[in-house]
Design a protein around this ligand. Structure first.
Ligand code: ZN
Length: 138
């Protein structure tokens, strides 16, 4: 069995932002040489998510509105976590959107359902953060 590890680094200039990382994950699969296996993609920070959904701007806006309704960024004083930090909402949003995604690799390609794409979702940006890509298979 082969295994391959890669880190993808991001610096989202705003507090929140979505990045389609599908091409970078497929590139890691290409580099691994794995033809049949699994790829795990997880955010290495507790205020960011990796998730799979449609690359459609209306839906991305809907995610933003939905998450702000569930865990509004402001007022910062509404959260106990916000003493030294102001990112309690980011921790909550990350929990809802999830830590990681796993995708099957078939014949060297990400084996997606219709319209599936992999996204990095930043909830507390303006700094460097990274995502782990771990590939196992043959
Ligand atoms: Zn925090």
């Amino acid at each position: 069995m082969k295994s391959y590890r890669k880190e993808l680094w991001f610096h989202v200039p705003q507090r929140r932002g979505l990045v389609n990382i599908t091409r970078q994950v497929q590139q890691a699969v290409d580099e691994s040489g794995v033809k049949e296996g699994l790829v795990l993609v997880n955010a290495m920070n507790i205020t960011a998510s990796v998730f799979i959904n449609d690359d459609e701007s209306g839906l991305h806006h809907d995610f933003e509105v939905w998450l702000e309704g569930l865990a509004p960024e402001k007022p910062y004083s509404r959260y106990r976590h916000n003493g030294f930090e102001d990112n309690a909402d980011a921790h909550l949003k990350r929990t809802i959107m999830g830590r990681e995604s796993v995708v099957a690799i078939t014949e060297g390609k990400l084996d997606f359902g219709t319209w599936e794409q992999i996204f990095y979702y930043e909830f507390d940006g303006k700094r460097d953060k990274h995502v782990l890509v771990k590939i196992i298979g043959e």
